[in-house]
Design a protein around this ligand. Sequence first.
Ligand SMILES: *Cc1c(COP(=O)(O)O)cnc(C)c1O
Length: 376
Amino acid sequence: MIPCANPAAQYLASKAAIDAAVARVLERGWYVLGDEVRAFEAEFAAHVGVAHGVGVGNGTDAVLLALRALGVKQGDEVVTVAHTAVATVAAIELTGATPVLVDIDPVTFSIDPSKLEAVLGPRTKAIVAVHLYGHPADLDAILPIANAKGIPVVEDCAQAHGAAIRDRRVGSMGRIAAFSFYPTKNLGAIGDGGMVVTNDDALAASVREIREYGWRERYVSAVPGMNSRLDELQAAILRVKLRRLDADNDARRASAAAYTAGLADVGLVLPVERPGMRHVFHLYVVRSSRRDEIQRLAKAEGVGTLVHYPLPIHLQPAYAERLRGADRLPETERAALEVLSLPMFPELEADDVATVIRVIRAAVAGTRAAAEVEAR
Ligand SMILES: *Cc1c(COP(=O)(O)O)cnc(C)c1O
């Protein structure tokens, strides 16, 4: 079986260095928010191209803490998309604010800037722009609309470590940004982890307080806080993997280029990279109206695929009938029926890419033949 993602291959690719980093932390005896976290915060912030990194417990908390640092609270509205990991919307609701949904651009799968202005109102306190699948959201169009109204943009970079618009990495263009280090992300821990990054000194200080009980000085809570800390083991491992991130993203891009060449004429809608943008292919997502059948045929031939995401957030039981803007999301609902993620991870071998291409081509042909029989 060729899996869709393969975090164990990531470990094996750096096994000696990761094992040494783990041993170093175990022996040092300081396990949460220590030297490894401080070093990783500085190294990761430098990679993004911002002044501050604040390590937190996971990506959901990173979005939550970014919003809380901006002062988002109950009664406010935060605009985002319904075609994303549910974490984006869950984090907004954890602040007490109401998520307001805007439809996606069917090419980038991110906020459609032409539909953004219509959902902004006096209660809008932030816009969460998600860089989905590794392709940057259209910040060239989104930021001017937000700036004109004085609304801060939070970048959700959980799927886009290393992606860029021209010479600027994602995470460095909005007011503040959130990353996840869940094991399958482009930069993944051996467990949970996340980071908030920003150039704003005051916002960074605020996130540092909120992540640990609201402490400004130890044992004295200056603001209401929580516990969302990054641990030393994860930070030490992430420092090892950060050194490979650019090469890993290049490997993803090479596999993506091979997929695109091998599937160009088969009748699937393939991912695109907008001019000036660097796609880091967290996922390689194709579209087809016969998605379910293609997935079934591929599985029978040993090719694992996944659907990111099968049900838009506004149609999920926890959120149905509750989210604002849910009545005008036609592109979101169409995408959920058509998207299919092919195997994609840095260690994916060229032979396996060739196998996936062969199997997907045969599966598409198989569904087409079946459709023709039905039509007769
Ligand atoms: C993974 C992900 C998150 C949440 O990260 P966790 O570390 O799983 O909490 C948030 N947003 C997006 C777009 C994601 O893909």
